[in-house]
Write a protein that binds this ligand. Sequence first.
Ligand SMILES: NC(=O)c1ccc[n+]([C@@H]2O[C@H](COP(=O)([O-])OP(=O)(O)OC[C@H]3O[C@@H](n4cnc5c(N)ncnc54)[C@H](O)[C@@H]3O)[C@@H](O)[C@H]2O)c1
Length: 245
Amino acid sequence: MRRALVTGVVGGIGAAIARRLAAEGRDVTVSDLPGPALEAAAAALGLPAVAADLGSPLEVAALVARMVEGGGAPSILVSAAGGVRGRVGGPVEEVTDADWRAIFDANVNGVFHLMRALAPHLRAGGWGRVATISSGAGLRPSLTGIQAYTAAKHALVGLTKQFAQEFGPHGVTVNSVAPGFILSNPATRAQWERYGPEGQARLVERIFTRRLGKPEDIAAAAAFLTGEEAGWVTGQVLSVDGGVA
Ligand SMILES: NC(=O)c1ccc[n+]([C@@H]2O[C@H](COP(=O)([O-])OP(=O)(O)OC[C@H]3O[C@@H](n4cnc5c(N)ncnc54)[C@H](O)[C@@H]3O)[C@@H](O)[C@H]2O)c1
């Protein structure tokens, strides 16, 4: 059975991806920052958890070592960890160094740390599937107005493509899913409330399919990209956003 690691499972998107991969028969381990929220998410999913702050290379190395000891390194990685880390948009002079770093750690540094630690295992296994979760904010300016989020997601898209080239000869594909706006975490729910009824209607009107996305929409795309049959798809960014101009 293929082993999979899904990060960011305290959020609705990561949780839906973990649930979907497990339902498809993958041996799924879930991860997020240490704490009761991860324990609750893992219990709700009925899946084993290994906590780590992905911004810490040491914690990531320990996470991978624990998985190796506990049955083997994952050959499937879905990195849903990310988000805006409690920040909201504002003028650049108000962005602290800590804000900038927290968002880069969550959205891009963690993927670098994970791939560096997993690389020897992926190469030795000769088969792998990696799906990063980027965003429309990785392709154009963000609705959030958060400079670090847009920059980190653009960096993640570039890193995904570079890893696709590096790992392709070893049977490992690396792709990204770029979600549109989904009410899957406290930040997007607060943003939605701030829009008010008229702003909400305008946002939905911009979406070709005239509805917000669901975490399951993202999980379906991640399941395809990490499946056996997607072996000739790599270095791609799949927008799952209902269609936007
Ligand atoms: N919800 C949306 O509208 C939307 C849109 C586009 C992209 N995304 C992306 O989808 C992914 C999942 O989003 P979501 O809405 O489910 O939840 P989310 O944005 O709250 O983030 C997912 C999880 O990442 C974890 N995380 C953050 N920093 C971490 C770190 N340093 N180490 C370990 N874990 C860390 C958080 O604890 C959180 O549970 C994120 O990468 C997000 O940026 C979301």
